[in-house]
Design a protein. Structure first.
Length: 169
């Protein structure tokens, strides 16, 4: 029981201060040993591990920088390729529109030639030609082009069509 009574008489503040002083002393001794080892050029296991981690961090950072540069190059290359594809699509679209216009123009002019030569044409061929002409005008309007070649042919077709309707097709 005497031991327990003596434990209650211990000054805990002095114990904490003593422990704090001991920890500071140990830290100082470790720092002095580390400084001495560095001055002698020796390397401890802990120092080697710290250096390896530092080297790994530097290597990882360089690898990330390299990957970022490569990514930026790929993005630039991809953007250029997208622009090329877009330009190619525009060219193909324009070629398609030009071909459609030429085909419709040829079909209308050919039909006008057949009508002017007096070749037999039925009511459906006239309707088809008029429908093609409407699509032709729409395509020209959508593309900001003007009609100059087919108007005379359509006037002839319309006159003959009206005449045939009067005569009772």
């Amino acid at each position: 029981m005497n031991e327990i009574i003596e434990l209650t008489k211990i000054n805990f503040s002095s114990v904490f201060i003593s422990m704090f002083v001991i920890f500071i002393g140990v830290k100082t001794i470790v720092s002095l040993l580390e400084w001495g080892i560095n001055k002698l050029g020796l390397e401890t296991k802990w120092m080697r591990k710290q250096r390896e981690e530092h080297d790994l961090l530097i290597q990882t950072s360089q690898g990330l920088s390299s990957l970022q540069e490569q990514h930026e190059k790929e993005v630039a290359r991809s953007t250029l390729r997208d622009e090329e594809i877009s330009n190619d699509i525009k060219k193909l679209t324009q070629m398609f529109v030009d071909k459609e216009i030429d085909d419709m123009r040829w079909e209308i002019n050919n039909f006008a030639t057949n009508v002017s030569e007096g070749k037999p044409c039925n009511k459906d061929s006239f309707k088809h030609c008029i429908h093609v002409y409407e699509k032709y005008e729409k395509i020209l309007e959508e593309n900001g082009l003007e009609n100059g070649e087919v108007e005379i042919s359509m006037e002839l077709i319309n006159e003959v069509y009206k005449q045939k309707l009067k005569e009772g097709f």
